[in-house]
Design a protein around this ligand. Structure first.
Ligand code: ADP
Length: 440
């Protein structure tokens, strides 16, 4: 439970870390996009003002007199406030373009700016025909900002000046729309990144969680398996110690002692299997890899198991197809162990008189060793399960030498050889276990 909490805690921390990091990157990108679009927007606005100002200059330069309609057209088309003065006197024009701060204040500010920079557009003292100011930025009373520029030209009977103020603000609301869009994209991106991190981190941590679960199940199964032999040993030793001189017949004593020995052998076998699996998990199991003659291995295995199968009333056959098997690289003792597991199972899961066939052949670039039985067979949905540790098809089996570790050990061993195991149905019933190894 505590470990579960640790993994959950780690999961939450990783999700937070991932989400915060990716969201910060997203926010930085969106902010840059926002700044770039703003700068772009402002420079577009500035260019637009310049164009409008140049048309206004043209109008002032080329017309003898300027009508209110012309000024109004300039104002509406250029989104700007325009002030025209003849010899320093403003035309009597109220303005068609609305500014938040009054026009008087704004034009006053522009004129002071022009004066500050040494440019006089109100009293014509210059000798040149015309003069255009550079562009200025004017701030209104409410914080709104304007571009401002002025132009003066000599006309018949004096001079004419024009002052122009173009609003720098976004009256159409397109900037605000852009901002809202970026905010929505940011929020949606944040949610997506959170969901993605949740999904990815759960996936990444799944093997850790599974392995922890497997470990707990493994320990639970081992404890369970070790409890029963220990109980038998304790019962037998209790019986031995309570034996009285007169009723301690030699036979009874031997029977209890044999019971203890049998359970010790069983426990030793289980501990050996578990040690192998632990070493295999840790990647520290040492293999003695050499060239292996598979024909010899098959014959030796057959010779070893023949008496055992006789005793168990099974018919063991070594099939010979007349072709010599190729050499493979492997640990002969471990390959023998795999065949032992298969034959041991074939005997256990078949009945009196059944045939068990041992054979080897070459398939493409693989050498294949097979143990075929005609026993109870394995249902398709269980074919994967049987390679899991402590899996037993029939948990109620009386045969106490079966801990459900055989096939998982065979699988680990073949994987250490870079080979594979398959299980198929035998024609007519039963199972066929095969191992494939790369030919050298
Ligand atoms: P066990 O020690 O129980 O035999 P294994 O890992 O060797 O453990 O096998 C796991 C399970 O696979 C067995 O309990 C059995 O249900 C099934 N099994 C293995 N070999 C055979 C076989 N030749 N025929 C039928 N079932 C088999």
């Amino acid at each position: 439970m505590k470990q579960d909490m640790l993994i959950k805690d780690l999961q939450i921390k990783l999700i937070l870390l991932f989400t915060i990091t990716t969201c910060s990157v997203l926010a930085a990108v969106l902010l840059s996009v926002w700044r770039i679009t703003q700068e772009q927007w402002e420079s577009d606005k500035e260019r637009q003002f310049e164009t409008n100002f140049l048309s206004a200059c043209d109008l002032v330069r080329n017309s003898n007199s300027i009508s209110h309609t012309e000024i109004a057209t300039l104002e509406i088309g250029g989104q700007a406030a325009v002030l025209v003065e003849d010899n320093g006197t403003a035309l009597n024009y109220t303005g068609a373009y609305y500014t938040k701060t009054s026009r008087e204040v704004l034009f006053g500010k522009l004129k002071s700016k022009l004066k500050e920079s040494g440019q006089d557009f109100e009293s014509r003292t210059l000798t040149v025909k015309e003069n255009a100011s550079s562009m200025y930025e004017i701030e209104g009373q409410y914080g709104e900002r304007y571009f401002g520029a002025a132009f003066v030209v000599n006309v018949k009977g004096g001079y004419r000046s024009i002052f122009m103020l173009g609003e720098k603000e976004d009256k159409s609301g397109s900037r605000a729309k852009q901002g809202r869009l970026i905010l929505v994209v940011g929020a949606a991106g944040g949610i997506l990144l959170f969901l993605l991190s949740n999904f990815l981190i759960r996936r990444v941590l799944k093997p850790v969680e599974d392995s922890r679960k497997n470990q707990s199940e493994f320990i639970a199964a081992v404890s369970h398996e070790l409890r029963s032999p220990l109980a038998v040993i304790r019962a037998n030793t209790a019986a031995l110690t309570s034996m009285k001189e007169n009723d301690s017949s030699k036979d009874m004593f031997l029977s209890f002692a044999r019971g203890i020995d049998k359970e010790c052998v069983r426990m030793a076998g289980l501990i050996e299997d578990m040690m192998f699996l632990t070493f295999a998990d840790a990647g520290t199991w040492k293999m003695d890899m050499q060239e292996v003659d598979l024909d010899t291995l098959l014959i030796e295995t057959y010779d070893f198991f023949y008496p055992y199968c006789q005793e168990k009333n099974r018919r063991l056959k070594l099939e010979d197809n007349g072709l010599a098997l190729p050499q493979v690289k492997g640990d002969k003792e471990r390959l023998r162990q795999i065949l032992f597991i298969f034959i041991h199972n074939a005997v256990s899961y078949s009945k009196d008189g059944d045939l068990i066939v041992l054979r080897g052949f070459t398939d493409k670039k693989q050498a294949v060793l097979q143990v075929e039985d005609h026993g109870i067979g394995i249902e398709d949905e269980k074919k994967k399960e049987i390679f899991k540790r402590f899996y037993r098809g029939d948990k109620s089996r009386k045969d106490k030498t079966h801990f459900g570790l055989g096939l998982s050990i065979a699988m680990e061993l073949i994987q250490l050889h870079g080979g594979s195991i398959t299980v198929t149905d035998t024609l007519g019933g039963g199972s066929t276990f095969s191992i494939s190894l790369k030919i050298i």
